[in-house]
Design a protein around this ligand. Sequence first.
Ligand code: NAD
Ligand code: IPM
Ligand code: MN
Length: 360
Amino acid sequence: MSGLCAACRVGIAIVKGDGIGPELVESAIEILNAATAFDGPTLDFETVSGGADTFSRTGEAMSAETLERLRTEYAAIMKGPVGLPEVRHKGGTEGGLLGGVLRIGLDTFANVRPIRLLQGVNTPVRHQAGDIDFVIVRENTEGLYLSRGVGVRTAHAASDQLMVTRHGCERISRYGFELARKRRGAPKDGARRVTCVDKSNVLTSYAFFRAIFDEVAAEYPDIEADYRYADAAAHDLVADPGHFDVIVTENFLGDLLSDLGAATVGGLGMCGSANIGLGVSYFEPIHGSAPAIAGKHLANPTSQVLCAAMMLDHLGYVEVAGRIVRAVETSYAHGEIALNSLGQPREGTLAATKTIISHL
Ligand code: NAD
Ligand code: IPM
Ligand code: MN
């Protein structure tokens, strides 16, 4: 319990999401309830509306009123994946997404995406459990995504702009170095290392990003500052993942590299993430709503379950959070959850959830 009060009531907002979102969130809630039953806080879950379904009904993915409630009324937010490819704005982009609404609206500037290969999980790469254990710290409020919703399009051309600010680069770099101080270093050599991933060989905005990263790095002489161009990073994340400890990167690059990292650790269903700011934070899988498998109980709930652990950890309930992570690890290590080649648990979503609960 880490000194926090077990009798406390903690308000958690739930955004169930679209596609596989509701079934995954249901799994995570079951696990949270089971894990907190004896010595945890009482979690009061309250569902709020948001996503593609909301957009189809109301014309916006989340109302301003709901966003304001999320900002002010809850300790944390558990979010399932949202969006459906067919739900689109006239301009061609998707209407049901919440990335812009929540990340900008709550100023959750750090998208923290742990990529870890667990014992017992099949991977298409040749590495073993323990060889892959790094965290992508993705800048979440600017970069190429600053153009979200304001790109320009004519009949002949279209444009989005990539912009980074000193404030944005500084705070994401500092987050990365602080995180590295809390970790045990890279699997290969134990070095505490923060790798700046950019394309500063080509684009001015990335050169600026790296310059600010260097200014912050100078404040952390105990942590190795390291660099990769994004193309080489993509290569090394597959060929030499044990080199990486913490990666700090721009928004769009972080989006791409995190799905690549997931492929090396058993698929998208293995990876949860935290969107962290100075106010309320929210927790969601790195993947999307996987509409083709929605409602079939084929999806791997591990991503959402690890989100639940990250949420409890963030709220200070470190022991309960650790118990959930260990239950996931044991379930795979014992072969009680086994994934098929598509990253789906062979026995289905519900059985995987029950297995994790049995190890709490
Ligand atoms: P996706 O992540 O939904 O699916 C990619 C592939 O991974 C599919 O084969 C899918 O079946 C599989 N997959 C994803 N999660 C899985 C899980 N837990 N277990 C097993 N397999 C899983 O990506 P997509 O198809 O490009 O996007 C679908 C929708 O999700 C789109 O509307 C997209 O915009 C949205 N999206 C939302 C978020 C979010 O809410 N954070 C993130 C990414 C994509
Ligand atoms: C993610 C997603 C989002 C992103 C989309 C759905 C807005 O892919 O969280 O990784 O691009 O950031
Ligand atoms: Mn993504």
